[in-house]
Ligand binder design. Structure first.
Ligand SMILES: [Zn+2]
Length: 118
C-alpha cells in the first residue's frame, strides 16, 4: 500500500459482490466462509487505499483465472490444475495466480481509463 502511494500507482480488485450467493449453491460452508473473508479483505484494502490516497478500481471478476494474459484466449482447459496456467491457444505458461493478476491489472487499467474519460 505504501509502495502504491509512493509510486502513484492504483490498485485493481476483483469485484466479488454476490460471490456468497453463487458459492453457497454448490460449495460446502467452509468455502462460503472463505469467500466471505476474501470479500471483506477487498473492502479492507479499499479502505486503507482511500486513506493513503491510492486509487482503487473494481474490475469484473469473470474468467480472470481462465483468460490467457498473453493472447486473451478463454478456456477451462487453460488451467490443467490449481497452480498452473497453460494457454491451449498460444502456449503461454505462467503460475495461475500470476496470470490472473495480470488480467486483473489489465482490466484495472481499462476501467480507470473509462471512468476518467469524461
Ligand atoms: Zn494464449
Amino acid at each position: 500500500m505504501t509502495e502504491a502511494a509512493r509510486t502513484g500507482r492504483g490498485i485493481a480488485l476483483e469485484d466479488l459482490q454476490g460471490i456468497r450467493d453463487r458459492v453457497r449453491l454448490r460449495k460446502p460452508q467452509r468455502v462460503t466462509l472463505h469467500a466471505w473473508s476474501f470479500h471483506q479483505l477487498g473492502h479492507f484494502i479499499a479502505y486503507k487505499a482511500a486513506r493513503a490516497g491510492v486509487a482503487v478500481v473494481w474490475v469484473d471478476p469473470a474468467y480472470t483465472s481462465q483468460v490467457c494474459s498473453a493472447c486473451g484466449h478463454v478456456a477451462k482447459k487453460n488451467r490443467p490444475d490449481q497452480e498452473t496456467f497453460a494457454c491451449t491457444s498460444c502456449g503461454f505458461a505462467e503460475h495461475a495466480d500470476v496470470n490472473a493478476a495480470r488480467n486483473i491489472a489489465a482490466r484495472g487499467e481499462t476501467g480507470w481509463a473509462v471512468s476518467h474519460a469524461a
